[in-house]
Every structure is written in C-alpha cells, then in structure tokens.
Design a protein around this ligand. Structure first.
Ligand code: AMP
Length: 249
C-alpha cells in the first residue's frame, strides 16, 4: 500500500502571531515555522502503518515556497520515503491545495491520503473534505483511530457526541484528530538520512491546476484587547450589572 501525506508549513504553535504593520496579513519574517501539528500526527500514523507492515511507501507532499522543503525533510526524517514539493508563492487557499492533491492522487494512485483536520494558521478545516469530494472518494474526517484490512479502512471519528465508526473503501481520504497518536521526534541519524531522500519538484502547471486565490484579503486586524474581569458578590449583583451596565438582558 502507498500513503500520500499532506504536510503544511505553518507558524509554530508556540509563537505569538502578530499582524503586519500594513495590515495585509500576519508577520512571518523571522518567525519560527514548523510542520502543522495535525500533519505531524498524519505522518506518524503513516509511519506506524509502515512499521506494522501494512504500508510499503509513504510520500510526503507540501505546496508552498522553497522553504516547505524543510517540512518535507522533517516528514522524511520521521519515516516518509520520498517527497513532492509543489512550488507556489503567495496565499494558497484550501480549494487550490485540494485540487493539487487530487491531481497528485491521479498521478501517484495512493491507497490512502492522510492529512491534518486543519492547519493551525488558517484554521480552515476544508482541504480534506474538498479533496474527498473532488476525488470522489470516501472521507474519514477527525480520525482518532484507523484500522486497515482487506481494501478497507475502519475509522473512529471524533464527533460532538463521542465516537462514530465508519468503514471506508480504499482509496480513502483521512483527516487526523489530536488523539490519533503522539508523533515521534525524528532522531539525528534519521534527520541525516532524510537529507539523501528524493524530493521531486512538480509545478501546479504540470498538474494542470490554477492556484490563483479566489478571495481577496481586505484588512487584517488584531482582536480587541480583553479588559479584566470582575468578581461579583452574588447573583443579584450579576443580574444588576448585566441589566444596567452591560445592558445585555
Ligand atoms: P486546512 O483546510 O487549510 O485547515 O488544512 C487541512 C490540511 O490540509 C492540513 O492539515 C494539511 O494536511 C493540508 N494542507 C493544507 N495546505 C497545505 C499545503 N500548502 N501543502 C500541503 N498540505 C496542505
């Protein structure tokens, strides 16, 4: 079996994101970037399937500027066999990424695509679902467990009320949730080995995909600063403040 894993380079989760002075977006210059945490979980799951003998090859894909090759290298240091870099400059919307991944599915014929449920920069939570629809393949989103057998994958999905079990025919698209696994740290020898692994360059034109954004960002602002809270003595005081000060009831 072959698994395609989509990995996005995002601002590291520990960084306090700041809006650019010209309010066109957020500051990314000199900011620590890392693999999207949900994509680390996706890579980890693929590597565990490979370690368990269920999967033969893992291909890590990332779309973006030249620096996304570092993210692909990280995936390869964790255990992916090879990488594909789709060079793109500027904003990439989920639909564009889904179209790129669909074209790569046609080219690579993976049995499984594993990706994050959402990227922590745009928080869109759209690409996996769009890919499932474009490729006309079953999707198991918010996966907290995967079991492969006989051309099918059983997925435990995290839903509001608990867990939902679905069985999907392969090839299928899976998006990862937090509880699926705990990703490993790449060891130094594996980081060194990853430097020798192949990253193929495939352009959006090669894939016949137009990645031009369809949305225009007009303005980006910091959220309003929260003012401190107060402690009220009792429910009557709370009701009084809600009625007469906040005027919300
Ligand atoms: P989103 O729909 O933007 O929240 O992203 C969901 C998932 O799509 C991410 O966790 C990645 O697995 C994948 N993805 C989004 N953008 C990219 C990209 N530029 N390159 C590779 N994978 C991506």
């Amino acid at each position: 079996m072959k698994v395609l894993v989509a990995v996005k380079r995002v601002i590291d989760y520990s960084v306090k994101v700041r809006v650019k002075a010209d309010q066109t977006g957020v500051e990314t210059a000199n900011v620590k970037m890392s693999m999207n945490p949900f994509d680390e979980i996706a890579v980890e799951e693929a590597v565990r399937l490979k370690d368990g003998g269920m999967v033969r090859e893992i291909v890590a894909v990332s779309a973006g500027p030249a620096q996304v090759k570092d993210t692909i290298r990280t995936a390869m240091a964790m255990g992916a066999n090879r990488g594909i870099h789709v060079p793109c400059e500027g904003e990439l919307e989920p639909l564009a990424v889904a179209k790129l991944l669909k074209a790569l599915m046609d080219k690579e014929s993976p049995d499984l695509v594993i990706m994050g449920k959402q990227a922590i920069d745009d928080d869109c939570n759209q690409t996996g679902q769009m890919l499932g629809a474009l490729a006309n393949r079953p999707q198991g989103t918010f996966a907290s467990n995967l079991t492969l057998s006989d051309g099918k994958v059983e997925v435990a999905r995290e839903i509001d009320g608990g867990l939902e079990m679905v069985t999907l025919d392969l090839p299928a698209v899976i998006t990862t949730d937090l509880r699926l696994n705990e990703p490993r740290y790449a060891s130094l020898p594996n980081i060194m080995k990853a430097k020798k692994k192949l990253i193929e360059l495939i352009t959006p034109e090669d894939l016949g995909v137009d990645v031009t954004p369809r949305l225009e960002i007009l303005n980006v602002e910091e959220p309003p600063v929260r003012t401190g809270g107060i402690i009220v003595a009792d429910v009557d005081e709370l009701l009084d403040k809600l009625r007469n000060e906040a005027k919300v009831i």
